[in-house]
Design a protein around this ligand. Structure first.
Ligand code: AMP
Ligand code: MG
Length: 419
């Protein structure tokens, strides 16, 4: 068998080839309660001003500012209270000369009034109070439309629905919203050495850890996952299961079988189903054999069987593709600069991705590898919230160097707040 020559391409190029494909999911309408984590499929335009009316941000008295002009410590000015309203109520009185309406937070400022005096700024009597300072027009008033006005583009199509988006949608009375359908994912572990989680160990065999990990990675970003039976390294059944998975899902992820070994059948499988291979070698470690193919608007990810490489491939390529398919505005991995806290002296002919623990503190970000870091490593994945990215062609890094880091989790930290 002649081993085909593969040309490694930079990670950046691999990602560009992925996002260049025409692949988009349809839309669906979900209830506001089920919209969290989806991508908006429509722009959200303000249907009214926020706030909708001039309102009081405090508990106090609504007055005419002009009546307070001469107030000072020696000469307190007195007001007569003519009405009393809570949030949700509207006064039908018009505030006149040296009159005031007792008003609670959130209530509409009554006609005639143009300032609010907080309780703490008054001395109260029966149905009068005095103040000792002048108030400016609109002082202590949340003005109609000060946040957004009718017709403003408030949220753009492609925005992820976060709790704040839900608050905006609720404000405008959306009981339902149009979002992008999430792609569904097929997970197929390949390798004749693989046992199920529940199996007793046997000579020469290992348990399939990638399958459950990929399922979890996909579920963590809100995708529906179908797990297929583990595949022996066999071409005919491999073709059949990939075809079956493609007919049932938008994305097919396999692990294992993408190298150039005698039983690595994924390249043959892609050929057999007529998929266009976008790349089959990336200038990165681990996971240089990571292969991505495209067929009928669907992505096929051939992730390496090595757990750390499999994880890295998912973070870099699968996540980006999913965001692209969903028309997300933000599709690339989030990268920060951090100070490396340990030497990492291995040379890097290819770009290197190291499972790592990043700590973001008020003094800046620091990062350390999260454990034994060969491509076959599994425990370090569990301790990672980030990946260190070291550029290819570098000679190794020392503690104190600044490195690029991809954040893979948003975690809380041990350090206490300083405020
Ligand atoms: P492969 O990508 O098939 O060449 O496999 C690379 C390495 O990863 C080998 O040591 C495999 O035994 C191991 N491996 C393959 N698939 C899995 C899996 N699903 N879970 C854990 N390890 C795996
Ligand atoms: Mg294999």
């Amino acid at each position: 068998m002649v081993v085909e020559k593969r040309n490694p391409i930079p990670v950046k190029e691999a990602i560009e080839r992925i996002v260049k494909q025409q692949s988009s999911m349809g839309t669906l309408t979900v209830s506001l309660n089920d919209s969290l984590g989806h991508i908006l499929a429509e722009d959200i335009v303000a249907t009214y001003d926020i706030p909708r009316f001039n309102k009081s941000p405090y508990d106090g008295f609504a007055i005419r500012s002009q009546d307070s002009a001469v107030a000072n410590g020696q000469h307190r000015v007195e007001f007569k209270v003519i009405d009393h309203i809570g949030a949700g109520s509207v006064s039908n009185k018009i505030v006149g000369d040296h009159e005031a309406v007792r008003i609670m937070t959130g209530a509409q400022v009554p006609e005639g009034a143009d300032a609010v005096v907080m309780f703490e700024q008054t001395i109260e009597q029966e149905d009068t109070f005095t103040i000792r300072k002048p108030f400016a027009k609109n002082e202590n008033i949340s003005l109609k439309g000060e946040e957004t006005t009718t017709g403003d583009l408030v949220l753009k199509k492609g925005q992820t629905v976060n709790p704040g988006v839900i608050a905006v949608l609720a404000t405008y009375g959306y009981t339902e919203v149009k979002v992008v359908k999430q792609p569904s994912v097929a997970v197929i572990a390949t390798g004749s050495e693989l046992l199920d989680v529940s199996d007793e160990l046997e000579e020469g065999k290992i348990r399939n850890s990638n399958g459950p990990m990929i399922k979890a990675l996909a579920e963590k970003i809100g995708l529906e996952v179908g797990v297929y039976r583990t595949q022996e390294d066999d071409l005919a059944s491999g073709i059949q299961i990939v075809k079956e998975a493609m007919s049932e899902h938008d994305i097919v992820i396999t692990t294992g079988g993408v190298s150039v070994g005698d039983f690595d059948y994924l390249p043959e499988i892609y050929k057999a189903i007529g998929a266009e291979v976008l790349f089959n070698k990336v200038a990165m470690r681990p996971g240089s054999v990571t292969t991505v193919a495209f067929a009928q608007g669907k992505y096929l990810f051939g992730l390496s069987g090595n757990p750390s490489a499999c994880f890295t491939g998912f973070e870099l390529f699968v996540k980006t593709a999913v965001r692209h398919m969903c028309g997300a505005l933000e599709i690339y991995p989030q990268i920060i600069k951090a100070t490396l806290m340990e030497d990492f002296t291995k040379a890097n002919p290819f770009s290197r991705f190291i499972r790592a623990k990043a700590t973001l503190t008020t003094a800046g970000a620091t990062v350390v590898p999260s454990g034994f870091n060969k491509s076959g490593a599994v425990v370090a994945i569990a301790h990672a919230n980030a990946m260190i990215m070291l550029p290819g062609g570098s000679r190794g890094f020392k503690a104190g160097h600044t490195v690029d880091v991809i954040l893979t989790e948003s975690n809380a930290y041990e350090e206490e707040l300083t405020l």
